[in-house]
Design a protein around this ligand. Sequence first.
Ligand SMILES: [Zn+2]
Length: 116
Amino acid sequence: MEESKLLRKAEIAIKSNRIIKLEARDSFFYIFVFLGNGKNGKDHILNEKSCDCKSFLFNRIYRNTNMCYHLIALNKALENEDFITIKLNSKEIFEIITDIYANGKSLKLRKVYPNK
Ligand SMILES: [Zn+2]
């Protein structure tokens, strides 16, 4: 996908509040999650430099770049402080991570996601 398209997708993701910071109440731990949308949308766990999606892996291994639209979205969101922060106990955060690895997305995350 060309870069301008990736940027556009990233901007839409930010506008629809899909960049989430999960922050532990009981420690300094935090992670970022890119919330998938629609029925088949997958959640992704990421930080400023890496993402767990296939296109990140592909770019990393075959092109030696760190690139996917989730990462572009996260870095833009960080620049503008335009993301959702949800505070949970670290146990709950680990449940969400386990959910995402086991099922591709987390129902628990959807339950704690603030309704706007
Ligand atoms: Zn990604």
